[in-house]
Ligand binder design. Sequence first.
Ligand code: NDP
Length: 238
Amino acid sequence: MKGKNAFSQSILITGANRGMGLGYVRHYLKEGKSIIAAVRTIEKQTELDRLREQHADRLLILRLDVSNEASLVGFTKELKMVQPSFRIVINNAGISMEEKFEAWTMATFEKHFRINTIGPALTSQAIAPFMAKGGKLIQISSGMGSLSWNINPLNHFDAYAASKCALHSITIRLAEKLKAKEIGVFAINPGWVRTEMGGDDATTSIEEAVTDITSTIAQLKFRQTGSFLSEKGEIIPW
Ligand code: NDP
């Protein structure tokens, strides 16, 4: 550890063990940043674990299941000990499952809302006191969460789409609530990316998506707070 303030200008990423979450960790480590990687399960001998061994002074792994309140309480306690100050928070953790209309279930909708909507809402609440003035809070959303843009309502990702749409409501509301601290709150659609969620046919690699998204995040201005953007920074209608 660099000492008490190793995480004073740091970046928090949820769902950081695989997919795009791990991609952001790799990217920001290369940029020399300090990172707190929040993961549902801490595992040994993974790529994330190897990165932590190589960069123990600026990569800290903490446990966080965003759908579990006790886990959020434990995570907040650990943050209090570390006393980070986040410049960027990426609420990236998410799930998506197909379920056909006429076979919709309460369980599938609840699961999506717990992880994709309530998870980032309560994570944002937990980390807001640790965000630096001028910081950026990113909600990783999906084009499917739009009510009007490219939504393909005939696919079977209805619970997923609805949970991301509700995340947009949280994004707009948080943008107002955090204005006084000059924290910008943004929803970003990563595009269609080759991860476990996106599948092998997706158009974009993790590296391409992460390059675009991190460049967009770097260019975001506080005056844009409360907006929904593509990975390349174009405005997407809610
Ligand atoms: P992956 O399926 O590859 O990774 C999902 C990540 O979320 C994993 O790290 C997983 O952890 C974590 N996660 C799931 N549930 C929880 C939980 N309850 N608590 C903590 N972490 C959890 O997905 P992607 O990298 O593709 O997706 C990242 C984000 O991008 C998501 O929000 C997704 O909705 C969004 N997105 C992705 C698209 C794509 O094409 N890939 C398109 C549009 C949006 P674990 O290993 O423990 O399961």
